[in-house]
Design a protein around this ligand. Structure first.
Ligand code: TPP
Ligand code: MG
Length: 578
């Protein structure tokens, strides 16, 4: 458990002392961003790509509040990160006045109060002693149990104080207090699956973050239990293995979803099964199955209390070896595999995009570009249709692909790619992003240029907010308010020139086939048809395996089991569509 020694920051009056301290310390460095949001997103990416904890610094008020969207990315995906904000001198603070005024010191803002609900721990330090303790506590808190971000707010007068040698030692102390967590081994999986005909394991990001994927995959392969992944975990898997059946959820694969819907026993390892997985109608999810969920977070498990099909176990998945004590070898899954193979044959390849012949298909474009990746590269994907066009057709290879799955803000992938490139200087980093997303953090192109980061930025340019347009097609009579009507974009060639970044445009198959990545930073402007769609996709009130576009009116009949009515009859209300 280590802090990454390069602090991502924007300076300001209230954090100037600590920025100066980082600059003077020969063991630490800093990188200047153009927006604090980006600094926080980049810090999030540091942990995802190195396992070291990313750090930001920001000034009080607007600097601190700008961090929030990035902090939320770490919070929802359980990623450690530490954020230091400067605060006004204690003597100038509101607390000193004895009155509940909005603000006393210039730019004084209660950032701790604001981020309480998106951090594991947020604390305004009261003294230099408290600061030293907070550093240790914050690091432990961020990286233990269900991990997440921490914020430490430091008044200027405390920043100015000197730390003694003894205190320094204490601050750098890395011995981590083990938090005791439920690691009982008792052949749980074997017992649960022993009377199953169609067992399935769902591998979630929680298992991946706990480094348990490899072991679990081995267990599944040797036990004959097929398995599926969420998007968050899929990149950690060896997706070329026999037992792997694909991703699940609203934007999951047809086969993966079919497996969930047909299984009779499902074990879930570290997935919170949110509405991207189960849709807005959780009852329509795995209607034939008894489901056993393992999770470290007891609040996540409370969700299932009222559903008799679910059993739950609070469990630290970093101890998954104790769970997977031996391969099962008890039940015969040959028939189950035959069913799966049969369905695999029936299912259309999946990327039945709406584009006309000769136009660029966003799915095939991903696969072609992927073939040009350097080995062991890092790939970051953004938000919207472009995210689906990466995750859905992604082929097994040596790259590491990630996105901010839970928060999914437009504009994440550019700063995240910067964080990944700075902390992995020897790797090639590819940043995929929509035309809309690029405009959310476009200022960071200057960071790319300033630090000469050779990031390849591929703009999946469909000239609009594609994912929302598809939603408007389905439910708003194709009225493209604020997605086509009102939306605009600059000429990315001119943008590239302004930021002194190399530029290539790809508008057809020939150009796609022949282009080569250059060695320095570049923008590759991939022109896609504005009407490119996300396929497959589960629409409102449908089962997850019953995805658009509908191969025939009876896609449910793909199942060799008698199936309940569509979920609209199951009493659900919330949509899960965008
Ligand atoms: C910061 C932020 N604002 C708004 C949204 C809602 N939203 C999700 S996707 C999207 C459109 C994205 O457009 P673009 O980046 O061009 O991606 P496309 O769907 O066209 O591939 C919007 C507005 C969001 N996720 N994040
Ligand atoms: Mg777009």
């Amino acid at each position: 458990m280590k802090l990454y020694p390069n602090v991502f920051l924007i300076t300001g009056g209230a954090c100037a002392f600590m920025v100066d301290a980082v600059g003077r310390n020969k063991n630490t460095h800093f990188t200047c961003f153009q927006h604090e949001q980006s600094a926080a997103m980049a810090a999030d990416a540091v942990w995802r790509t190195t396992g070291k904890v990313g750090v930001t610094m920001a000034t009080s008020g607007p600097g601190a509040t700008n961090l929030i969207t990035g902090i939320a990315c770490s919070w929802f995906d359980s990623i450690p990160s530490i954020h230091f904000t400067g605060q006004v001198n204690q003597s100038e603070s509101r607390e000193n006045l004895g009155a509940k005024v909005r603000q006393a010191g210039f730019q004084e803002t209660d950032i701790v109060g604001m981020v309480k609900s998106i951090t594991k721990w947020a604390h305004k330090v009261e003294s230099i002693d408290d600061l030293v303790k907070s550093l240790n506590f914050g690091l432990i808190e961020s990286t233990s149990g269900r991990m997440g971000p921490v914020l430490i707010d430091i008044p200027m007068n405390i920043q100015k104080q000197e730390v003694t040698e003894a205190q320094k030692k204490q601050a750098l102390q890395t011995n981590r207090k083990e938090i005791k967590l439920y690691s009982k081994s008792n052949y749980e999986l074997n017992d649960f699956f022993s009377d199953s005909e169609r067992p399935l394991v769902i591998i979630g990001a929680g298992l991946a973050l706990s480094s348990g994927v490899k072991e679990t995959q081995n267990w599944c392969e040797s036990s004959g239990v097929p398995y599926v992944a969420t998007w968050g975990s899929s990149t950690y898997l060896d997706r070329s293995k026999y037992g792997y059946q694909g991703t699940i959820g609203v934007y999951g694969s047809r086969l993966g979803n079919w497996c969930v819907q047909a299984a009779d026993k499902i074990v879930v390892l570290g997935s919170r099964l949110d509405n991207r997985q189960r849709t807005g109608n959780p009852k329509s999810f795995a209607p034939f199955a008894k489901i056993l969920v393992f999770d470290i977070d007891k609040e996540e498990l409370k969700k299932y209390k009222k559903d008799k099909n679910y059993r739950t176990k609070r469990f630290d998945l970093s101890k998954s070896s104790t769970l997977l004590t031996q391969s099962m070898g008890k039940i015969d899954t040959r028939k189950w595999y035959l069913d799966i193979l049969e369905v695999k044959k029936t299912i259309v390849s999946g990327f039945e995009s709406s584009v006309a012949p000769g136009e660029l298909n966003p799915y095939l474009a991903t696969q072609k570009i992927q073939k040009k990746f350097e080995s062991n590269s890092i790939v970051v994907s953004d938000c919207g249709a472009n995210l689906c066009w990466i995750f859905q057709p992604y082929q097994p290879d040596s790259s590491f692909l990630f996105t901010a799955g839970g928060n999914s803000p437009m504009g994440y992938s550019l700063p995240a790619a910067i964080g990944a490139q700075i902390s992995n200087p020897k790797k090639t980093v590819y940043c995929f992003i929509g035309d809309g997303g690029l405009q959310m953090n476009i200022q960071e192109l200057q960071t790319v240029t300033n630090y000469e980061l050779p990031i390849k930025i591929i703009v999946q340019n469909n000239f609009g907010y594609g994912i929302i347009k598809q939603f408007q097609d389905a439910y708003f009579g194709s009225r493209y308010f604020a997605t086509g009507d009102g939306y605009s974009q600059p000429d990315f060639k001119k943008i590239a020139e302004a930021y002194d970044i190399s530029y290539q445009k790809i508008t057809n198959e020939t150009e796609l086939d022949s282009f080569q990545f250059r060695s320095k930073a570049e923008i590759i402007d991939l022109h896609l048809p504005p009407n490119s769609l996300i396929t497959p996709k589960t629409e409102m009130d449908r089962f997850i395996h019953d995805q658009f576009p509908y191969p025939n009116d009876n896609s449910i009949s793909l199942l060799p089991y008698i199936y309940p009515n569509r979920p609209s009859n199951l009493g659900g209300t919330s949509a899960s569509t965008v």
